[in-house]
Design a protein around this ligand. Structure first.
Ligand code: FES
Length: 134
């Protein structure tokens, strides 16, 4: 009985000791749309993402290969992983393995200051775009 009570006290202390700020906030500000070139993917190493912008809007995709997580690079078809050779098209779909899953695309928002915010906790369809003039 005493050990159960001790365990519960331990759990309550542990819960209290975790500050809310330590929870993973996966939203990042990446800048204003105009800071990204048109019709191309821009690599942002700090966040391990590629940002695509065209006249109709912006999209963001992970730069981590879905096989074992190596960084991918742009290629003529879309993206390529040099670790084990997986290739992806420009929508992030697997062209050749060993990767089996498509690259994840992230939800985008615009802040009140016009900054683009990427929510890396929210996966969206590869066609999702933050409209250029919402
Ligand atoms: S980690 Fe990319 S193909 Fe293996």
């Amino acid at each position: 009985m005493a050990s159960v009570a001790g365990f519960l006290v331990f759990l309550s202390l542990f819960r209290i000791s975790i500050p809310k700020s330590s929870r993973m906030d996966k939203r990042i500000k990446i800048g204003k749309p105009g800071s990204f070139p048109l019709n191309d993917f821009t690599y942002m190493a700090a966040y391990k993402i590629y940002v695509y912008r065209d006249n109709s809007g912006m999209r963001v995709v992970s730069s981590n290969c879905t096989h074992l997580g190596c960084g991918i690079e742009k290629s003529l078809e879309g993206f390529q992983c040099f670790c084990h050779g997986s290739t992806y098209d420009k929508s992030g779909n697997v062209i050749s393995g060993p990767a089996l899953k498509a690259l994840p695309w992230y939800r985008l928002y615009k802040s009140t200051e016009g900054q683009v915010i990427v929510d890396m906790a929210k996966i969206v369809d590869s066609e999702f775009k933050l409209k250029a003039n919402p």
